[in-house]
Design a protein around this ligand. Structure first.
Ligand code: SF4
Ligand code: SF4
Ligand code: SF4
Length: 272
């Protein structure tokens, strides 16, 4: 285990050497774009790496997972029974689990296949290759295990990742925000895109990105997932009031929320 040594102590004999938190980074079904976002900021990455004992990083190593670690970072959706077993094992070993990106947090793009999953598989494959593992209907990591911290969006923002990693390393008990995006959008002093006849999902999407897309004049497509505070019926009535299509609103919501029970209350396509 690597140690963090405080050499500024008055008495060097008494200097404090603390073990660095051991961190692993795992990639499940994803495009690895969120892991890439972390490497893209190499100037700051070295500062982060100087404060942790990075035991495993799926994107950079083919070594087996270590047996012990403190913090597990998971990217990607769960799409195989092997991944179910892996995340359960990780949960049993890690003191803190962080899920990064839409794929891990909402099942994201892989989750789109959850709609009529069996049919979709047979449309593409006559026989599934053994290398695919025991494929199951896609689901998010929080659908399989309890998660301590989340970094939302597709892809994640590096700064938000560092903030959340800090919270995990220093055992923050800060309450997670549950509000929707519109408040942040208003603070950006942007005119609502509904006034331009555009369907924006900000009314029901979790805040945290600073209303990135509306601030650039683009509709939010919901990549942070449906907020626990969202009122879908109220949002649909607003869409209707603006003379826009509620069906289109619902269709857009499915891109990042296909496996969300709030959207499909009667949907039983998720296995236990
Ligand atoms: S959330 Fe987006 S960028 Fe991140 S792994 Fe999934 S598809 Fe790629
Ligand atoms: S543009 Fe979107 S995020 Fe901004 S206020 Fe309108 S609905 Fe909300
Ligand atoms: S505005 Fe919406 S789509 Fe854009 S990054 Fe934020 S949550 Fe994702």
């Amino acid at each position: 285990m690597r140690n963090y040594c405080n050499n500024t102590s008055v008495n060097s004999v008494e200097r404090a050497c603390k073990p660095m938190p051991r961190v692993i980074v795992i990639g499940l079904a994803s495009c690895f774009g969120c892991q890439l976002q972390i490497t893209n900021r190499e100037r700051y990455l070295t500062d982060v790496l100087g404060q942790i004992d990075l035991r495993y990083w799926r994107m950079t190593s083919s070594e087996p997972l270590p047996e012990s670690y403190d913090v597990a970072v998971i990217e990607g959706a769960v799409t195989t029974q092997e991944s179910v077993d892996l995340v359960k094992d990780v949960r049993a070993h890690a003191k803190a689990v962080i899920t990064i990106g839409a794929c891990a947090n909402t099942a994201g793009i892989p989750g789109i296949a959850a709609d009529n999953f069996d049919e979709r598989v047979s449309q593409v494959y006559q026989d599934l290759p053994a290398a695919a593992g025991h494929v199951i209907s896609p689901r998010s990591v929080p659908d399989v295990i309890d998660v301590d911290f989340q970094v939302l969006c597709c892809p994640i923002e590096f700064d938000r990742f560092v903030e959340v990693l800090g919270e995990a390393l220093y055992e923050s008990n800060r309450v997670k925000p549950t509000r929707t995006l519109c408040g942040d959008c208003k603070r950006n002093e942007r005119t609502c895109l509904y006034n331009q006849g555009k369907i924006c999902l900000g009314m029901v999407t979790s805040a945290g990105c600073g209303a990135r897309c509306p601030s650039l004049g683009r509709e939010c497509n919901g990549c942070a997932g449906i907020s626990p505070d969202a009122n879908l019926d109220s949002a649909r009535s607003i869409v209707e009031r603006y003379g826009l299509s509620v069906d289109e609103f619902d269709r857009k919501l499915e891109m990042f929320n296909q496996t969300n029970d709030v959207l499909h209350p009667q949907d039983e396509n998720q296995e236990a």
